[in-house]
Design a binder for this molecule. Structure first.
Ligand code: FPP
Length: 263
């Protein structure tokens, strides 16, 4: 039996993280180790995206967010930026119909105005055609930065207060959340970062307040379906307290699930 099938049996289907976010890092180092161009690392990385999306859908993960390109990544050499944009274009062209056929919904978040009109058009097309799909929601963060998202939310709130459509006295965390790109998406339960870096790199800064972190030294192009399951199994062993005591947590779990989750 393969490692993946073994791990699948150990997965607690009653306690899956609803939302998994991934910082896919290490494409460049993977390529360098093999004396290949960085672009080859990204190419291999986009193949990994394909099977991790499939795996997430297969096991019933509700939301999978992938950090594909940050606003800071625009500063990379032009040929690398162009190649990454082409890869994203190719992924949507070749995988768009598969995603739709398999009940997956695509959402893209970030500063989409900075993308080429052609890529924007393709994104709108796949997002629109998949919008009623009930299975996994794949969120691709593209030209994204957490600070940018927060500043944009603040600007929209000010606009709405000035126009009179929003009363400033009702501003609270929940309302603020409604102004983010992720307004209709639950916060990530688990954030995976590959390639051993212990950084958040401006990803979903607001949303990860209580997210569990899983950092692996595996480079993204080497990340396997089995390691994805390992990350989830590791998550399932953790005690998420959200500021409560351990006893309060158990009482709450019994109330909502009928049993304590980590016994
Ligand atoms: C970080 O590795 C990775 C990126 C900046 C790009 C991620 C893109 C992909 C995985 C492929 C395309 C995505 C989709 C959704 C089809 P790095 O280049 O910073 O690696 P390094 O730190 O080793 O140099």
């Amino acid at each position: 039996m393969s490692e993946y099938s073994e791990l699948l049996k150990r997965l607690d289907r009653r306690d899956l993280p609803q939302h998994i976010a991934i910082i896919m890092d290490g494409n460049g180092r993977w390529a360098k180790k093999r004396h290949l161009t960085r672009v080859k690392g990204h190419e291999r990385g986009s193949k990994v995206v394909k099977y991790i999306v499939e795996t997430a859908a297969e096991i019933g993960i509700k939301v999978l967010s992938l950090y594909a390109f940050s606003k800071e990544n625009w500063n990379r050499p032009k040929e690398e930026v162009d190649a990454l944009m082409q890869l994203l274009h190719r992924y949507l062209l070749t995988e768009g119909n598969n995603l739709i056929k398999n009940g997956i919904r695509l959402t893209v978040i970030g500063d989409l105005n900075s993308l080429s009109p052609k890529l924007r058009e393709l994104i709108t097309d796949v997002c629109e055609r998949s919008r009623n799909n009930p299975k996994t929601r794949v969120v691709i963060a593209l030209s994204y930065s957490g600070r940018y998202e927060i500043v944009e939310a603040v600007k929209s709130i000010i606009k709405d207060v000035q126009s009179g459509s929003l009363d400033s006295s009702v501003i609270d965390e929940q309302m603020f959340n409604g102004y983010l790109f992720t307004k209709d998406i639950p916060d990530p339960d688990l954030l995976i970062r590959t390639s051993a870096e212990k950084r958040i790199s401006n990803f979903m800064l607001w949303q990860i307040a209580y997210t569990e972190l899983y950092i692996t030294k595996t480079l993204w192009p080497d990340f396997t379906k089995a390691e994805f399951l390992k990350a989830i199994i590791n998550f399932q062993k953790r005690e998420r307290r959200f500021g409560m005591t351990g006893d309060q947590l158990i009482t709450q779990q019994i109330k909502s699930h009928g049993y304590p989750l980590n016994e």
